[in-house]
Ligand binder design. Structure first.
Ligand code: AMP
Length: 217
């Protein structure tokens, strides 16, 4: 059941009600893991199973690049080197996407947040909508397996950052350096669950689903 909110003569929908003690019943998931850990594949299966809206900052940035926007041109330079795009750029994109999809059951964040500052901004944005992250699922895959998978993906993905092993390794290093603080951030709220990311696609999906089902109301 969705919880609405009435203040004076105004009736608010569950998704836009201002902060009250009643929590929104949307369920938001962060799917976390290094490049090549299978976030894209598992995201597709999870959004189909749970009716969530998929928000991938990598995809949003690639759309900007394809549309040749100023933001896309600036981001491309950094992405081609395997470096992170500035926090305010990705937080701005996520904020717009949250506003544009206010009627969904929940969001599945893929590739975001990648820094502690992004995590804190996301919490603030969700709080404005009376929501919060339900679970932070982290896929664990060895570095050699990641490099192998990304070089393979580069044969068909058309992504320039998937074709060069040096760039791939710097993306993994960038992930390891900057993103452990994101896991630490969510660990303080007991939201982090590690999931082995090597094995069959279905086994990994089942492991992810089990954790989501245990937390979804
Ligand atoms: P992905 O598709 O998630 O592997 O992202 C591809 C590239 O986009 C990354 O290597 C970064 O350069 C950039 N990117 C994607 N998401 C973020 C984010 N949350 N923060 C900063 N940069 C990002």
């Amino acid at each position: 059941m969705k919880i609405g909110f009435v203040k004076g003569n105004v009736k608010y929908s569950p998704y836009i009600c201002p902060n009250t003690s009643k929590a929104s019943n949307m369920f938001h998931i962060i799917l976390f893991g290094p490049p090549g850990s299978g976030k894209g594949t598992q995201s597709e299966k999870l959004i189909a199973a749970y009716g969530l809206k998929h928000l991938s900052t990598g995809d949003l940035l690639r759309t900007e690049i394809n549309n040749k926007t100023p933001l896309g041109l600036e981001a491309k330079n950094l992405m081609d080197k395997g470096q992170l795009v500035p926090d305010d750029v990705v937080v701005g994109m996520i904020s717009s996407a949250l506003d544009a999809n206010s009627g969904v059951k929940g969001f599945l964040f893929d590739g975001f947040p990648r820094t502690k500052a992004q995590a804190e901004s996301l919490d603030k944005l969700l709080k404005l909508k009376n929501g919060e992250i339900g679970v932070f699922l982290a896929l664990k895959v060895s570095e050699e397996e990641l490099v192998h998978r990304l070089l393979n993906r580069g044969l068909t993905s058309g992504r320039s950052d998937d074709t060069n092993e040096e760039i791939i390794r710097s993306r993994i290093t960038e992930y390891n350096n900057k993103t452990s603080s994101v896991a630490d951030y969510y660990a303080q709220f007991n939201k982090v669950v590690l999931i082995p990311g090597e094995g069959s696609i279905d086994d990994i999906f089942n492991a992810l689903s089990k954790e989501i089902n245990a937390r979804m109301i």
